[in-house]
Design a protein around this ligand. Structure first.
Ligand SMILES: Cc1cc2nc3c(=O)[nH]c(=O)nc-3n(C[C@H](O)[C@H](O)[C@H](O)COP(=O)(O)O)c2cc1C
Length: 188
């Protein structure tokens, strides 16, 4: 059983859902988890209700949307792995700093207590500015892995990095073997 958490990087939700479908088609049993913001915010990229419904349809389960429901994902009901895809700069910074005030951070904290692997598909335009130090903090943790990152728009978004979602299944497989998929930084 793996957890699949989605944060409020709304422009990457479509790619994330496509990747999730691939994982389920490949036989993964998935518990979906959605951040409070992603579960409640309609944007030009999609409707919150539609996101919840898509996750229910793809995984066959109702998404976890509260801290109370995420808390047991530790020693009580352990996951084999947790994926955060997309992971916002906000959630990355909180996990790196030990802050647990959202459902996704709670899931990550509960999961990390079990020393089981966490895979992060980051998507944030401050990856190479405010959040660079947080990437470094998490890269050094034994059980934290990253989906390889693309510099998606160096001209217009010079500090942005976005996970290459097409590589998420390979990164998950590598993580299951205890390895970080490399190269970590890729070109478009
Ligand atoms: C339309 C829209 C797109 C956004 N895209 C991103 C993004 O790609 N990456 C990111 O880190 N934050 C993005 N944000 C900001 C996050 O949604 C915001 O930081 C939020 O507090 C994240 O909460 P979460 O980490 O609990 O999901 C976006 C916000 C909006 C309204």
């Amino acid at each position: 059983m793996i957890g699949y958490a989605m944060c409020g990087s709304f422009c990457t939700h479509k790619r994330s859902l496509q990747t999730l479908k691939q994982l389920v088609a490949a036989g993964e049993d998935v518990i979906p988890i959605v951040s409070e913001i992603a579960a409640a915010t309609d944007t030009r990229f999609g409707q919150a209700d539609q996101l919840i419904e898509s996750l229910r349809t793809i995984t066959g389960r109702s998404p976890i949307t509260t801290i109370v429901d995420a808390e047991p994902l530790g020693p009580h009901s352990p996951l084999d792995a947790l994926i955060i895809a997309p992971c916002t700069g906000n959630t990355l910074a909180k996990i790196a700093s030990g802050i647990t005030d959202t459902v996704v951070c709670m899931a990550a904290k509960a999961h990390m207590r079990t020393s089981r692997p966490l895979l992060i598909a980051l998507a944030t335009n401050d990856a190479m500015s405010a959040n660079l130090s947080n990437i470094a903090v998490l890269l050094q943790k034994k059980n934290v892995f990253f989906v390889p990152l693309l510099q998606d728009d160096p001209e217009n978004k010079p500090h942005s990095l976005v996970a290459d979602f097409a590589l998420l299944p390979d990164a998950l497989q590598a993580m299951k073997n205890g390895k970080q998929l490399r190269p970590l930084f890729r070109t478009l």
